[in-house]
Design a protein around this ligand. Structure first.
Ligand code: SF4
Length: 612
């Protein structure tokens, strides 16, 4: 193993200081370099270093000139390019398509990332180093690996490998793939020959495709067809969605006008040992010392711990199934304890572990006996009602108990969202324990909606389950000196949701006196099931039509969720009129908004929060 530096080098001077003439690999990223396992570039850089390769980082290069791209010289093996931790279009624009004025992944929050950063950086690198292999990675590349609907241009775009002059694309979390790519290139294989690595996508020339079409692959409707025909788009989506299981997924190909894009089956899940090795790497948990101003994205995660990867919830609006997958991969408790213990040695650590979790807080060590050999079921969603799923939270309880006992740790919080239907079926005392020790005042939960036809389309538990959870949470409050509150996340404007459904949700919020400052208006990000519905108006798995709220209806839906805000009054009234619920307009106790001209008395009423 090559000795890991305190920080991976960002400049030629740092490279010289540690005695390296030429890096094996150079990673280019749209984020500032934060040496923390929550940041993809640091993670991949440390893993490659651990595998014996030297790595330099070009962070947030000025893409209008060449100097930043040539600063570290030419790498021996390849350039790895990513937009950063988030898709650059999501990062640069609000859901209403307004350009954001800040970027939390940048020092002092000053935006430095170009739109479509992966393509922009790749073009630059390819111009300057045309002979050097380029490997794409990160969320932006991963979730644009097939022809996809792009919300920002309101059209179907080609797979990113058809748009950017790169050789390979790594999708998913990427550690295994990048190490294999580096090793094989180091052994003298050409990048063009690397066509069999799980968790990667590559291109094939049209001539080759025509002459030796491989057998046993899933061929999707091509780009031209899916760009013109929404039924074909929906069919293509369902086809690649169903191949995203590492054990049973097949290679998928999608022809484009000038190339054919192939996706190999996803990488096999990491074992506990493999995950532990990654999180045991010497991350400093700090931003690179060359930054003179704070990078805002660090503070919320600096002392948080990733306990697992994957989420079997498969919510329709989340593309995690296409990225981390449904199979839960958990670290050992010993590795997590080591990480927390190491944090206690940092002068910045004030005794607070900010979070222990993953995409969903309480899926740590939850498992299904089928996952290891057969993968997750193709034709059904994993849920707590499945008899094969071991839903006991005992491992989480043990882990949290041990974390609390570490000298120097005063508090261990759970800030990731808790999957409440899963917590409800646990019989080992998880909810009682987190309520006693691990909630700082609010527990985040994400029912997203409560009306069954909407929750079904979102693939979320229905309102009845949320009600049960609210009741259970309420009983936990008895005898507590300091009251805790549920912080529910609801979503408006989701495909399948009508104004009537939103009125029902507003009534539910009223009846339960829930706090709804945190609202989400559905944003069609790349490669989620919901985005496919938004674009096509079809459920991709059944091809049945789905209602898609757009324009003014979308605004009304959002306003209904925040009906208490006086600024939303006109839209709320419009929505209530459209739903035929004029009984909810006025000054009665049941009303959501005052009638026009009577607003001051109504809005003067104080709404209590989270009474239950
Ligand atoms: S058996 Fe149940 S928990 Fe296991 S993969 Fe299938 S649906 Fe998921």
């Amino acid at each position: 193993m090559t000795h890991q530096p305190g920080f991976l080098p960002l400049s030629g001077k740092e490279r010289e200081k540690i005695g390296i003439r030429q890096f094996d690999i150079i990673l280019v990223t749209g984020d500032a370099y934060i040496d923390h396992p929550s940041f993809g570039t640091a993670l991949i850089g440390r893993v490659l270093w651990n595998a014996g390769f030297t790595v330099g980082i070009i962070a947030q290069p000025d893409w209008k000139t060449t100097a930043d791209f040539t600063e570290l010289g030419k790498p021996r093996l390849f350039f790895g390019i990513s937009s950063g931790n988030v898709d650059s279009m999501v990062n640069n624009f609000t859901p209403n398509l307004k350009r954001r004025s800040d970027d939390v992944f940048s020092p002092a929050g000053v935006p430095k990332r170009p739109d479509r950063a992966t393509i922009v950086y790749t073009n630059r690198v390819h111009e300057l180093f045309p002979e050097t292999p380029i490997v794409l990675g990160g969320i932006e590349a991963s979730l644009r690996r097939f022809a996809h609907y792009d919300y920002w241009q309101d059209r179907v775009r080609q797979a990113i490998l058809a748009d950017a002059p790169a050789d390979l694309l790594v999708f998913g979390m990427g550690e295994k793939q990048v190490v294999e790519i580096a090793r094989r290139l180091a052994y003298g294989e050409t990048v063009a020959s690397l066509r069999d690595i799980r968790g990667t996508a590559f291109r094939m020339e049209i001539v080759e495709w025509r002459s030796k079409r491989p057998e046993g692959i899933i061929e999707l409707p091509g780009f031209t067809e899916v760009a013109e025909n929404k039924i074909s788009y929906a069919r293509a989506f369902a086809m690649h969605y169903l191949e995203q299981d590492p054990f049973r997924g097949k290679t998928v190909a999608q022809p484009h006008p000038k190339t054919v894009v192939f996706q190999n089956p996803p990488a096999l899940p990491l074992s506990t040992k493999e995950l532990d090795r990654i999180f045991d790497l010497p991350f400093s948990r700090r931003a690179h010392p060359s930054y003179t101003q704070k990078v805002p994205a660090l503070e919320p995660v600096q002392f948080s711990i990733t306990s697992h990867r994957g989420c079997f919830g498969a919510c329709s609006f989340c593309a995690l199934t296409h990225h981390q997958g449904r199979i839960i991969q958990s670290r050992s408790s010993a590795s997590i304890i080591r990480e927390a213990t190491q944090m206690t040695t940092m002068p910045e650590f004030k005794g607070i572990v900010q979070d222990v979790g993953g995409p969903t807080a309480n899926m740590y060590c939850i498992s299904c006996e089928l996952w290891e050999k057969h993968g997750a079921c193709r034709d059904k969603h994993c849920s707590p009602s499945c008899k094969n799923l071991d839903t006991s939270h005992r491992h989480q309880i043990e882990l949290l108990k041990r974390l609390r006992k570490i000298p120097g740790v005063k508090k261990v919080f759970i800030s990731s969202g808790v999957r409440y239907d899963l917590a409800l079926v646990d019989d080992s005392g998880y909810l009682e324990m987190i309520s006693d020790h691990h909630i700082s005042g609010h527990l985040k939960v994400a029912p997203e909606h409560v009306i069954k036809n909407v929750t079904d389309i979102m693939n979320k538990p229905d309102g009845e389950v949320f009600n049960q959870f609210c009741g259970r949470f309420e009983t936990l409050q008895k005898g507590k000196k300091k009251r805790q509150y549920l912080l529910p996340y609801f979503m408006s404007g989701h495909p399948g949701c009508s104004i009537n459904d939103m009125v029902e949700l507003a009534v539910f919020i009223r009846d339960n006196q829930l706090y709804t400052e945190q609202v989400q208006d559905f944003t069609p990000t790349s490669m989620s099931v919901s985005t496919c519905m938004y674009y096509t108006g079809l459920n991709p798995f059944t091809l049945e039509p789905v209602h898609v709220p757009r324009g003014n209806e979308k605004k009304i839906q959002r306003a209904l969720m925040q009906y208490r805000d006086p600024g939303n009054r006109r839209l709320v009234i419009e929505g209530l009129n459209a739903a035929g619920r004029t009984d909810l307009i006025g000054n009665g106790r049941q009303c959501l908004v005052p009638a026009i001209g009577r607003e001051s008395s109504r809005y003067g009423l104080k709404h209590s929060r989270n009474k239950r």
